[in-house]
Ligand binder design. Structure first.
Ligand code: BGC
Length: 389
């Protein structure tokens, strides 16, 4: 793996396929030493003057993942379709200013608490903590200035296969209302097998609650190609967590059987999205946490999405107990993508691996409490392939 700083070298650090015509019209194609690379280039300055770089992880297949230090936002994932053409399969903006002013969490790292905390408060060890209510009465995705809106420190990681970088951020005691200084590390790895692996780690100096996730909006047909209704989705969950009208779980773990939430066999996302079902009305589509079927605490299969047009497949495995399936219900045409395309409802979907929403107020849900001396560790892998591979 090589580290290329565009400010210094202005070159690509990765090897390319070399082709040479030899003698009597014989074409030899030689794959010269193909290592992954990490590339860095300036992406602008935040409104308060912080420089933000854009990083590109490229693997030996030529697939790439781009992200910026602001919010750890993944701005592009370029993977092949069934004919081998690389295309970007996540929604994103052109400019840093757009990410700062109107990002519906496109590609962002989410913390301290991904998803909602009911009535924007929780109690821990007898003390009540008040958070910012930034989503109706609730707190969503870490509050007013969550991890999606801070500039992360980024270090390239060398030596392994593929390409990787580690992002780190320390959130001060009391930041956004949460107790404890929280030290967070997130590693993005693009393996040579076209897997995007996200490893999360966190430690605290006081008991606190944490729920970290990543918020890419996927469209496997390609960013800006249209809706995701035809994507065939499988979610490895017998149960989900029904919500109230403000999208806070009721506490029940309900069976998906006979509901629009049954994705145990692959189903087109659009097939039941307009079902006359109270839960679908509350969410204006899918905006629900699924209780993953799992055995043990290691990586386990969570979900698969397949786009029949491009042939692209994404398979997600995770160590987390839940996954939020959000069908991009709140996208509206005021959001304009990097190539000038207007985003509309269901032009992208999110599969956010996570602990369940509102766990700090739901003692029956798997705990999100982190104590001093413990290290939170969580991993999610997105494996990209096609129906031709
Ligand atoms: C939530 C949605 C919310 C969206 C914001 C998702 O994780 O579940 O309710 O609108 O994030 O982009």
């Amino acid at each position: 793996m090589t580290w290329v700083d565009h400010n210094i070298w202005h070159i690509w650090g990765r090897s390319v396929l070399g082709a040479a015509v030899l003698g009597m019209g014989v074409l030899l194609t030689a794959a010269v030493a193909a290592a992954g690379s990490v590339d860095k280039t300036p992406f602008g300055k935040t409104q308060d003057g912080k420089a933000v770089d854009l990083y590109t992880l490229t693997n030996d297949k030529g697939a790439s993942v781009k992200f910026i230090a602001y919010g750890g936002i993944i701005t592009a994932i370029n993977v092949p379709d069934r004919w081998g053409n690389l295309g970007n399969i996540v929604l994103g903006f052109k400019e840093l200013a757009d990410y700062e002013s109107k990002n519906p969490y496109f590609g962002a790292l989410i913390g301290r608490y991904g998803n909602r905390i009911g009535s924007a408060k929780f109690s821990l060890d007898g003390t009540q903590y008040q958070l910012a209510a930034n989503n109706g009465p609730n707190s969503l995705h870490g509050g007013k200035k969550g991890f999606d809106k801070v500039v992360w420190a980024v270090e390239p990681l060398t030596g392994g296969s593929g390409a990787a970088a580690r992002l780190s951020y320390t959130s001060k005691d009391g930041e956004e209302g949460y107790p404890g200084a929280l030290t967070v590390g997130v590693t993005y790895t693009l393996t040579d097998d076209n897997e995007l692996r996200i490893d999360y780690e966190a430690t605290t100096d006081k008991p606190t609650v944490v729920n970290l996730t990543s918020h890419s909006y996927f469209n496997l047909a390609g960013d800006g190609v249209g809706g995701i209704g035809d994507h065939i989705l499988t979610i490895n969950a017998d149960r989900y967590t029904p919500v109230d009208a403000t999208l806070i779980p009721t506490g029940q773990l309900a069976s998906v059987s006979g509901t629009p939430f049954d994705f145990r066999q692959g189903m087109p996302i659009g097939a039941r999205i307009r079902a006359n079902d109270e839960q679908m009305i509350f969410g204006r589509g899918y905006d629900h946490n699924f209780v993953l079927n799992r055995s043990g605490s290691g990586l386990s299969f969570a979900a698969r999405a397949y786009d029949p047009r491009s042939g692209r497949i994404m398979e997600i495995s995770t160590t987390e107990p839940g996954i939020q399936f959000y069908s991009g219900n709140f996208l509206d045409s005021t959001l304009v993508g990097a190539a000038g395309q207007q985003y509309r409802q269901t032009d992208g979907f999110c599969l956010e691996t996570q602990h369940f929403p509102d766990s700090p107020n739901k003692p029956s849900f798997p705990t999100t409490v982190l104590k001093p001396g413990e290290t939170l560790k969580s991993t999610t892998i997105h494996k990209f392939s096609t129906d031709a591979s």
